[in-house]
Structure formats: C-alpha cells, structure tokens
Write a protein that binds this ligand. Structure first.
Ligand code: L34
Length: 291
C-alpha cells in the first residue's frame, strides 16, 4: 500500500514552527518579517495563489503587502515599483507573481529584484549561489519538494531521480538541488526532445513531474515502489464541480498510486509547500540583513 505525502499537513507543521520563530523575534524586540507580492493582471490561478500567500503571512504573524497592477501596465512602471521595494527598509522580501503579461519581460523584471530580497529565489545571483552550493535563497517549489522528502524520511542519496520538465522555476532548479552534496541524487532531466522518455522514467527511484501536462505520467512509466512527486496544477474543465473546473496534476494519480511507495496528491501536495518556502525565504532575508 502506498503512502500519501500530505503537503498540506507538512506545510501547516512548518507554519507553526515559523510562527514560533516570529513570536520569539517579536519578543526580543526584532522586526516583524514583511513580505510583499506584486500581482499584474487578473489571472485566476495567480489570484488564488497570491491570496493564499497573503493568508499564510497572516497565519504566521508576518506583515504582508499586496501590490496590484493592471494587465496593461507598462514594464517601466513595474520596474519602478520594484526599485521602490528594493529601497524600502520595511520590506524584507518580495515576489512578482508569474506569469506576466506578454508585453513585459520576465527576465528584466526578475533581474531588477534585489537578490537580498528575492523571496522566490529566482534571481540569477541566487540561482548561481544554488548551483555552487553557497548560502542563498532557494527557488520556492524546489525548496518545498526537498523539504517534503526530508520530512517524510525519503533518502535521495545515490537514488536515480528523474525530473520531467526543465522550466526555470521548477524542473531546472530542482534537478540541480537534488544532485548537490547532501542530497546526492543521480539526476536525469527528461524534456520534450527526450528519446525513450517512458523507459528513462521507468528507471527512476524518484520521479518529479513538472511539465504541466495533466495525467502525463501513466502507471506503465512507473517502477514498482517509486516515489512520485507531482508538481502540476493545471485547471481543467469539469462540469461536475461547482466552479466548472478542477485542478489536475501531471500524474494519473488513480492508476499510478498503487504502484508507488510514496506519492503526492494534487491539490494538497507540493502547492502548499511552495508557499511555505516563501515564508522561509523571507525569514532568511531578515536574518541575512541583520548580518
Ligand atoms: N513569482 N510566480 C512566482 N513565484 C512562484 O512560486 C510561483 N508559483 C507558480 C506560479 N507562479 C509563480 C506558485 O506560487 C506555481 N505556484 C503555486 C503556488 C501555490 C499553489 C500552487 C502553485 C497552491 O497553493 N496550490 C494548492 C491549491 C490551490 C488552488 O486551489 O488553486 C494545492 O493544494 O496544490
């Protein structure tokens, strides 16, 4: 029988730990950590994620600020706001929720963020630090995945880990993180040009599915006893639900679960852990800034 990896519960456990740290900080006269989020436009998924991030801040006793821009906002205006946040001593960390509208360059936006306030860990400086194993901010989703594996006592050392997808925010960074000293996995990155993807995935002890294609990972691609981490959260039409849609992961959960040792659900798996990483990075920003 497979074990369900409960990301929601683990995230709540960690939030309690963070809340205790915040309370101790306050008691010793320290600054209340402050996370700001910029949301451009009204992408429904982004709206949900950012609203949950603000709620998480409240739960742990952080201060939070949500800054909204219209879908048609010009890049310059956004960059100006980022510089303002960089220089605002009251703000410890901030994020710009992705995706951004077509006319805005994600690259320029991310590079404008002060690496010391980069709560998402997306800035090239922090990506570079991660690659060489130096201390820094870790990308939110990969950080959450690693934490989840640790808390479930799943060892990555010497394991064959297959990452499906090579995005800048999940696939690429998680592949690097898992192969670092201390994690010590042997990592293969599978992508759209990979030959024999099924065969490679079938060789994995740990599968990280992060391609954004609902139900892509089928039971016949999974080795008996493998650990399966599902990063996908795609909204798909479902007339049976009140909203008319539901969240679908990259894994065909129903058929894959019986083959696994451990598996994450969607929702309630990686998503809540991504949000918790943001809190951890913000707390880290506070301690780094204290020097
Ligand atoms: N800048 N943009 C920036 N940073 C990020 O770290 C993200 N990401 C991804 C999209 N854009 C970003 C997120 O926050 C994806 N992501 C994210 C965050 C939270 C959840 C899912 C993805 C999440 O909380 N998921 C819940 C369900 C929420 C719902 O009902 O829609 C879950 O249980 O999976």
């Amino acid at each position: 029988m497979y074990k369900l990896i409960d990301g929601k519960k683990t995230a709540n456990d960690i939030k309690r730990e963070i809340a205790a740290e915040v309370a101790a900080l306050k008691k010793s006269g320290g600054k209340v950590p402050h996370l700001a989020a910029i949301l451009v436009g009204n992408n429904p998924s982004s709206e949900t994620y950012v609203a949950n991030k603000v709620k998480d801040c409240e739960e742990v006793g952080f201060e939070s600020t949500l800054i909204r821009f219209d879908e048609k906002t010009e890049e310059d205006l956004l960059l100006k706001k980022i510089r303002e946040l960089n220089n605002d001593d009251g703000v410890d960390g901030f994020i710009v929720q992705l995706p951004l509208p077509e006319h805005i360059s994600e690259e320029r936006v991310i590079e404008a963020i002060d690496p010391e306030k980069d709560a998402d860990g997306f800035h090239p400086v922090n990506i570079g630090r991660m690659v060489i194993g130096a201390p820094g901010f870790l990308p939110a989703t990969p950080y959450g995945i690693v934490e989840l594996l640790k808390r479930y006592g799943i060892s990555t050392s010497g394991s064959n880990c297959v990452v499906i997808g090579r995005s800048n925010i999940v696939g690429r960074p998680v592949s690097i993180l898992l192969s670092r000293k201390g994690m010590d996995a042997t990592v293969t990155v599978v992508h759209s040009r990979t030959r024999n993807a099924g065969e490679i995935i079938r060789s994995a002890d740990i599968i990280i599915a992060a391609l954004g294609s609902p139900g892509f990972v089928k039971a016949d691609m999974v080795k008996e006893g493998a650990v399966v981490i599902d990063v996908g959260t795609t909204r798909i039409a479902d007339p049976a639900t009140k909203s008319g849609w539901r969240l679908a992961g990259d894994v065909d959960f129903e058929n894959v679960a019986p083959v696994c040792s451990y598996i994450t659900p969607v929702p309630g798996g990686v998503g809540p852990m991504t949000r918790v990483s943001l809190l951890k990075n913000t707390l880290y920003a506070v301690t780094r800034r204290k020097g």
